[in-house]
Design a protein around this ligand. Sequence first.
Ligand SMILES: Cc1ncc(COP(=O)(O)O)c(C=O)c1O
Length: 401
Amino acid sequence: MSKEESTFKFGHPMRSQFLLDNDYIPLNHGSYGTIPKVVQEAFREYQDKMETNPDKFFRRDLELELCKAREAVAKFINAETNEVVFVQNTTTGINSVLKSLKYEEGDKLLYFSTVYAAIGSLLEYIHEIYEGKVELIKIEVNYPISDDDLIDKFVKVIEEEKQKPNTKIKLAVIDAISSTPGVIVPFQRMISILRQNNILSVVDGAHAIGQIPLNIKEIEPDFFATNCHKWLYTPKSSAILYVPYKHQKKIHPSVTSLYLHEGFVSEFSWIGTQDFGSFLAIHAALEFRKKIGGEEKIQNYCKKLAIEGGNLISSILGTEIIGPESIIQSMVNIRLPIPTSNEEFTDKKFMDLMFNKYNFAVLVFKHNKYWYIRASAQIYTDLNDFEKVGYIVKEICDSFK
Ligand SMILES: Cc1ncc(COP(=O)(O)O)c(C=O)c1O
């Protein structure tokens, strides 16, 4: 094996490329992501450029640099450069879309009970500022559920709503990969159903870019926001918002600033002074991903590890993972042997032990009458990490029985 090959071998050898503490077991990449050292270096170089000559950086260089960064990320998802803008995070991107659209009495907004809490709050806010004239329709989902059953539920609600007078579903917010549980949602099928029914699709793709392949020209969503700082290895906070040309006139950043009326790309290019380094460092992240073997290699490693690791933890706990395997990519959800009726067990207590006693990370959450953990596979983790976490989590669970 050449030196370069061994440096980029996935699993523990990859830890040297990242900044993570040595004795920490990081199985929660899904929440915040983390960056390779080379990306941090590139990020800091942009900060140096910004601080050594701020005027030149902001007045001369920034526009071109931002355009090059948009070009690179747009190419990565097969979108047009001018249909993609940077936003700080997915929450901001979805806020911009939902707050820009105009609603009429009788309009309804469709979403799933698995919606990310911040986006759930945003929907509630739209309902409140329109003084109840805009209604929310929630589809309850409890996993495990097959993609076909999920689609059936979705279609049933849309068909039922079509029968009602003086009302219409204006848009649906759907996840590409939901947060809790962390599973792939059949979003492409949902988007085409929405299109056939003249309902706008707003995709919360917070976990999508870098975790699953994205081809925007094939997916054809009306709106798509995705965090580069989670699975693509860019610094926090960097995300993109895709808005096709046909919708751009109606969409504005959630913060109004200098370039109002100067077009979609210009408006989003400036929402006030900020550190743009996290957007510009995208080149370094994309280059790193190529150098270590490319998208397919990363995705295959993570999927295999998530499935094997999840099964290993569930066998240690005597429970099961949420399947089928087709809905698992880099995150796996493992049921804890603790029902939510056990009031002794709380996520706070679990996290206190996780941080203060054992030094590992997973996401702990309630779903469908049970506590679960969500464990993330990454190129810097291996089966041994999952095994260690399995035994630690067993010890924690046993202490609550
Ligand atoms: C499905 C989903 N949507 C939105 C978000 C929000 O991401 P951010 O805080 O970066 O806006 C998250 C964060 O984990 C998420 O899991």
